[in-house]
Design a protein around this ligand. Structure first.
Ligand code: SF4
Ligand code: SF4
Ligand code: SF4
Length: 314
């Protein structure tokens, strides 16, 4: 067990024993070593399962709006950005929250890892060794450079050691350096995007896993896409209906999406949803000069209305 994990567990147990919080949200071992899973610890025994490594890809802040008790959460920098966004929107209370920050070199993209080493469902062990990810499958240790299999999002991240937190655990890290692989041509215009999304959304099975994994999608029982009165989206499984669902969701999270990629990783058919949210996010940044996840006292631009905006025509 590494030093960071020992420190995480010690901090978690201390917070529980001193009654500072009644639950700790973190990551623990999943059903195999390439798949860490969320852990909700209420006692020392469960807190002893806490881990942090490049396989901890869930954005755990998604659980916070559903919990009303005193909670500690282990957060990497981008998850902490989502926490800031939720605080800014008044969806969670700072008084009920203790944030244990961890620096983050980057997280493994399971799709890239599978393409590099084969079926990771069959992995019996996996870890970061130096600059490489090593995965054991069928008794054979397969090695691939971390930079080659890290999430594209991590290549452009400049927040690795910068976590909005109450306490930092572990040491600062060096970011993983690599190149994002864009599927978007430089001259992509409206027609290209229309064709691209029609093809992608034709595969959408409307399981809503993307919505469930998203910290910005917190309307539980009254989500507009499933509202019974206003039928903005029909139940048919086709590209048009799926496009309507995703366009609606993209607009609802515009200026609130931290671009964590949790939606994309949750998608069982691998639709590159982060691309959609990045495009909308860029437009919001440009139009409103607003960076989501930076300030707890600034509400997102599309969630507010100022009379001057109407008068100036913007
Ligand atoms: S975007 Fe940054 S903080 Fe988030 S997983 Fe990647 S490297 Fe870590
Ligand atoms: S829309 Fe996707 S990328 Fe954006 S905050 Fe939600 S899960 Fe993260
Ligand atoms: S997770 Fe994927 S398949 Fe499911 S609704 Fe979202 S985009 Fe569609």
């Amino acid at each position: 067990m590494d030093k960071l994990e020992l420190q995480l567990r010690a901090k978690a147990i201390e917070l529980l024993e001193e009654g500072e919080v009644s639950i700790i949200i973190g990551w623990g071992p999943g059903w195999n070593s390439t798949k860490a899973t969320p852990v909700f610890a209420r006692d020392g025994e469960t807190a002893e399962k806490l881990i942090f490594n490049p396989f901890c890809f869930n954005n755990l802040s998604v659980y916070l709006p559903r919990i009303s008790e005193k909670t500690a959460i282990i957060a990497k920098p981008c998850d902490a950005g989502s926490i800031v966004a939720l605080l800014a929107e008044g969806k969670i209370s700072r008084d009920n929250l203790y944030i244990i920050g961890v620096a983050c070199q980057g997280i493994v993209d399971p799709v890239k890892l599978e393409a590099a080493v084969g079926s990771i469902d069959d992995a019996t062990a996996a870890c970061l060794e130096g600059d490489n990810i090593v995965v054991e499958i069928d008794g054979e240790a397969k090695q691939v450079s971390f930079a080659e299999v890290a999430l594209d999002r991590c290549m452009s991240c400049n927040q690795q050691n910068n976590v909005f937190s109450d306490v930092m655990v572990g040491e600062p890290v060096q970011p993983v350096v690599g190149e994002a692989r864009s599927v978007v041509p430089e001259d992509a215009g409206a027609a290209w995007w229309r064709g691209f999304w029609s093809k992608e959304f034709d595969r959408c099975i409307r399981c809503y896993a993307c919505r469930e994994a998203c910290p910005a999608c917190y309307c539980r029982d009254n989500c507009a896409v499933q509202a019974l009165r206003e039928r903005w989206t029909g139940p048919r499984l086709d590209a048009q209906e799926a496009l309507m669902f995703h366009a609606q969701r993209a607009m609802h999270v515009a200026g609130r999406c931290i671009e964590c990629g949790a939606c994309e990783r949750a998608c069982p058919v691998g639709i590159p949803l982060t691309l959609l949210h990045e495009q909308v996010g860029k437009a919001v940044k440009k139009l409103f000069n607003f960076n989501v996840g930076e300030k707890v006292d600034e509400r997102p631009p599309l969630e507010t209305f100022r009379k001057e905006e109407l008068e100036s025509g913007h």
